[in-house]
Design a protein around this ligand. Structure first.
Ligand code: NAP
Length: 462
């Protein structure tokens, strides 16, 4: 049964993959829903624009799906509107029957080690945002011109992205949508060696097989693995056979092959270390010079999962730069319940809870990384959003909704003097960035500063 569009109004906070898949699942209900999507930035797409690496354009092409969702008659975009600042959660509750939080995880995990504050120690997420021209990260500087050896803590796909961007020839990036400042800096880079530090073994490497294989295919790069560290211990072998995914089997096979293959003598190296974890970072005159690495062994936890434990021996590793690629972390939004340990919005199957284990906050939902933590690939968010929307549909059917009493949010935005970026504005900026890119021999010339984006958007409005 179709209802009047205005009869079901949903606000979605965030405009990355989880937000768009939520909107898609809502439209697919066929119940005539109005979906208003809010983002604090003037531009949409979250980590697809600001996280996915510029040489992974096939992954970025998922925006074609999001463009179709945005073309639904019930869709509206309100960019440059920060919830908790420009609008409060209470404002949304006055205008919408349901609110979905899909604002991801915007910060990074800390190591908590002495020396973490030294110059040359960086969050990988800052580097990722920087080369992608994210307005929050454009001001960072990375001393690539004086760095020979770079260590990366963690061996997930973010570590892979950072390693690949550091090791591949900048000419390969020049025609992408990489930020101009990053390309200029990478052209000055002297990085020859990147060392990945995995605290567990090859069976527990968190990267996807095709990511490590892609690096091994770079013409200038040898992937080097120590035979002793590539060996899989009996406990991990049993765990692999019992719980291991096919991707983990493929990683183990690949790493074993690399360990037994003589290096081709290429000019750059990716060294994959396993069973090592930093215990202290050392510097001179405020700059990182080296790391104490603890040697680890694996012990089973209560569920039988192999976990790292110090073996009692260590080594010194001289490095010039260090990137922490140990995961993203959520940031609280004023007015939205937050669980600081996991960095997520407490929820039960997508329904927001007042606190972990607490009561459901009727009409409030979560989807994506702020619901389940920073795991999974882009497509994982589609299933995740569908699950949240299932609950929303049940609640809509049962009338367990917010009781909005105000009219259209546009009136409130106007009364506060706010000038949101609308979807048509973004479409004009999108076309402009691409045209400017073509003129410069690249896919897209990204504006990297919110003020410049807004200025350009206003100019394009004519
Ligand atoms: P991740 O996959 O969770 O990897 C985090 C890595 O950091 C793991 O190797 C983890 O080891 C290690 N780690 C965590 N805490 C540590 C500590 N205190 N000391 C040493 N090592 C530590 O996270 P991510 O790389 O940030 O990626 C986030 C999500 O985005 C993942 O699902 C990833 O697949 C996805 N992503 C995908 C792509 C792509 O498809 N191309 C690109 C980027 C990101 P343990 O396993 O031992 O905990």
């Amino acid at each position: 049964m179709r209802t009047d569009p205005a009869a079901w109004r949903v606000a979605v906070v965030g405009s990355g993959p989880a937000a768009f898949y939520t909107a898609e699942a809502l439209f697919k209900t066929g119940r005539g829903v109005q979906v208003d999507m809010f983002d604090r930035l003037p531009v949409p797409y979250g980590l697809v624009r600001g996280g996915v690496a510029p040489d992974h354009q096939k992954i970025k092409a998922v925006v074609k799906v999001y463009e179709k969702i945005a073309a639904e008659p019930g869709f509206r975009f309100f960019g440059n509107i920060r919830i908790g600042h420009d609008l409060q959660v209470a404002d949304l509750a006055a205008h919408y029957h349901q609110i979905v939080y899909a604002f991801g995880c915007e910060s990074d995990q800390k190591l908590g080690l002495p020396g973490e504050e030294l110059g040359g120690v960086h969050a990988a997420t800052d580097f990722v945002g920087w080369y992608n021209g994210h307005p929050d990260h454009r001001q960072h500087t990375f001393d690539l011109g004086r760095a020979h050896t770079v260590a990366i803590v963690g061996n997930g796909n973010v570590a892979m992205d950072v390693a690949r961007i550091l090791l591949q020839h900048p000419d390969e990036l020049a025609a992408t949508d990489i930020a101009d400042h990053a390309l200029a800096s990478l052209r000055q880079s002297r990085v020859q060696q990147v060392i990945l530090l995995g605290r567990r073994g090859p069976a527990q490497a968190a990267f996807s097989p095709k990511e490590i294989e892609e690096i091994a295919e770079l013409p200038d790069v040898d992937v080097i693995v120590r035979a002793d560290e590539a060996a899989v211990d009996p406990m991990s072998q049993a765990w692999l056979e019992r719980d291991g995914a096919r991707s983990q089997q493929r990683n183990v096979k690949f790493l074993h092959e690399q360990a037994h293959k003589p290096p081709a003598g290429r000019s750059k190296q990716l060294r994959c270390r396993f069973l090592v974890a930093p215990s202290a970072l050392h510097g001179e005159q405020g700059r990182l010079r080296g790391i104490t690495l603890q040697h680890m062994e694996l012990v089973a936890d209560d569920s039988g999962t192999p976990r790292p434990k110090p073996r009692g021996t260590e080594e010194m590793l001289p490095v010039d730069l260090l990137f922490k690629a140990i995961g993203y972390k959520g940031v609280p939004v004023p007015g939205v319940p937050f669980e600081p340990k996991q960095g997520i919005v407490p929820n039960r199957d997508g329904r927001v809870l007042e606190a972990v284990g607490g009561a459901v906050r009727t009409g409030h939902y979560a989807a994506g990384w702020c619901k389940r933590g920073p795991t999974g690939l882009i497509g994982t968010n589609s299933l995740d959003a569908k699950a949240t929307v299932e609950g929303m549909v049940q609640d809509q059917t049962n009338g367990a909704l917010l009781q909005p009493h105000a009219g259209d949010i546009e009136a409130l935005l106007r009364s506060r003097g706010l000038d949101p970026v609308r979807w048509a504005d973004w479409q004009r900026l999108d076309a402009w960035e691409q045209q400017e890119g073509v003129a410069r021999g690249k896919l897209r010339h990204k504006l990297v500063d919110s003020a410049a984006m807004l200025e350009r958007i206003r100019a394009l409005r004519g």
